[in-house]
Design a protein around this ligand. Structure first.
Ligand SMILES: [Zn+2]
Length: 476
């Protein structure tokens, strides 16, 4: 018998970790594979699970199949490796390149945070320790094994898998797993995060391959539900983006964009460039302030196999962002500090995207209290993060243990999302050749999962359940 256990991203959007146990029993014997190995972020009740012992002894996990390079899917890998995991981590070449910068950066940020807490004695833990270090993250890169899209990998005599396109971020793939330990083969699909469907119309400017893999026929589906209770606007984001920047420049202010360094940021940069070149926004300096900014762009330019037609055309037209005039890719901390001291209008794009850490915190600290400035969100803000607090209209937010008053304009442009919303998910599910016996919804707040469950049962008549944290379900 085989079972799946949901070790994360069940009842919340972060910490994706799904254990597949084949040919064993519920005591934990058999072959165990982990699909994704993400960090919990946001609310403390979830974050504290990063610190506990792994619920499954790490040396009993045979392999990890990694759907994509976002931290809530890969950010726990160095910790698991530190605790004894030593198996292969299967991922696409683009995902591996991205993890090569994202994981060490995550380790680096955790070391910086721990050092800050120790300097200010502001943590109840003495000494405060990083979850893992930059070194730990670099060490675990040796475990990664590249797998091309749709290449079949045999994990054991009874278990194989392949990646199919998820169209979420560069390199993202769904894990389609085939298990032959029963009387007939069973197919499972773990979606990871699902990109926009037919996004040339609903998500202009998307740079990577458009639309998830269609025509699936699986027995069991484990699917994300981040946008299960919300709809993306289907209008072109460019007019609102141009107005936001023009208004901020007219006030003499700076636009701060908390953004993760990959995919969406490249899309955003090309959009800014296009708006400037066509005279729709003034030519103000653009600072891309992230220690991995240059590497992220180099990886983006390298993986041409991932481009949409629109991205190909933009790159042909404008070339590498690293060569654009008035665009600065600041990688050293001194350069980052110089931006703080400048007061002319400019645009600062800096990570992390949910303002949970990274250099954007310094920019927010300097710019939040001035009504001339704008904080522009282009990504999902998980509950409990600073980004969610700022976006909610709060009067102040805590940064480095200071209460910072929010007087800056706060704007959120939702079209940049890399997640399909409910109508798009239903459109994709309708391409399935048969209904799965059961679908488990993960990676969503409870309200989002339950609304998507209702939408799927009424529109498709499928059997759908919201996965519970630590729940074990049998693969029939
Ligand atoms: Zn993601």
């Amino acid at each position: 018998m085989a079972y799946i256990q949901f070790l994360g991203a069940a009842g919340t959007v972060t910490g994706s970790k799904h254990l597949l146990n084949v040919s064993g029993d519920t005591t934990g014997s058999g072959i165990q594979v982990l699909i994704d190995c993400g960090l919990f972020q946001g609310q403390k009740e979830w974050r504290q699970h990063n610190w506990g012992p792994s619920p499954i002894p790490p040396n009993q996990i045979e392999a990890i199949i990694l759907t994509h390079a976002h931290l809530d899917h890969c950010g726990y890998i160095p910790r698991l490796a530190k605790q004894g995991f030593n198996g292969p981590i299967y991922a696409t070449p683009a995902t591996i390149d991205l993890c090569g910068v994202i994981l060490p950066d995550s380790g680096h940020l955790q070391e910086e945070d721990a050092a800050y807490y120790n300097k200010t004695h502001s943590s109840k833990h003495d000494p405060a320790l990083p979850l893992y270090t930059e070194r730990d993250a670099l060490d675990c890169m040796r475990l990664f094994k590249p797998v091309s899209m749709e290449q079949v990998v045999q994990l054991s005599p009874k278990l194989s898998f392949r990646f199919v396109r998820a169209a979420h971020i560069m390199g993202s793939g769904m894990a389609e797993i085939t298990c032959t330990d029963g009387p007939s083969p069973r197919k499972m699909l773990f979606t990871g995060d699902i990109g926009r469907v037919r996004d040339s119309q609903v998500a202009p400017g998307k740079v990577v391959y458009a639309g998830p893999y269609e025509g699936e026929a699986v027995d069991l589906l484990v699917m994300e539900s981040t946008y299960g209770n919300r709809l993306h606007p289907t209008t072109d984001p460019r007019p609102e983006l141009a107005k936001t920047i023009k208004d901020t420049v007219a006030r003499g202010g700076t636009t701060v964009v908390p953004a993760f360094a990959v995919e969406r940021t490249q899309k955003f940069l090309f959009m800014l460039k296009d708006l400037m070149e066509t005279g729709q926004i003034p030519r103000v300096p653009v600072h891309f302030d992230s220690p991995m900014a240059i590497k992220a762009i180099e990886i983006f330019l390298k993986h041409t196999e991932e481009y949409s037609e629109e991205a190909k055309a933009l790159i042909q037209k404008y070339g590498s962002p690293l060569k654009w005039e008035n665009y600065f890719f600041d990688t050293k901390q001194e350069d980052s500090k110089k931006i703080n001291d400048s007061h002319f209008p400019q645009i600062i794009v800096s990570s992390s995207g949910m303002a949970t850490g990274g250099r954007v915190l310094h920019h927010l600290l300097h710019r939040l209290s001035d009504p001339k400035n704008t904080i522009l969100f282009i990504g999902f803000q998980a509950p409990g993060t600073r980004g969610a607090t700022i976006k909610s209209g709060a009067r102040s937010v805590k940064i480095f243990n200071q209460d910072v008053v929010i007087r800056a304009h706060v704007v959120s442009i939702e079209q940049f999302s890399d997640h399909a919303d409910t109508p798009e998910l239903l459109e994709w599910l309708r391409t399935f050749k048969k209904a799965p016996q059961v679908t488990y919804l993960v990676h969503g707040e409870p309200a989002a999962s339950s609304q998507l469950r209702l939408a799927m049962t009424s529109a498709l008549g499928w059997k759908v359940e919201a996965a519970q944290w630590m729940q074990k379900v049998e693969v029939k």
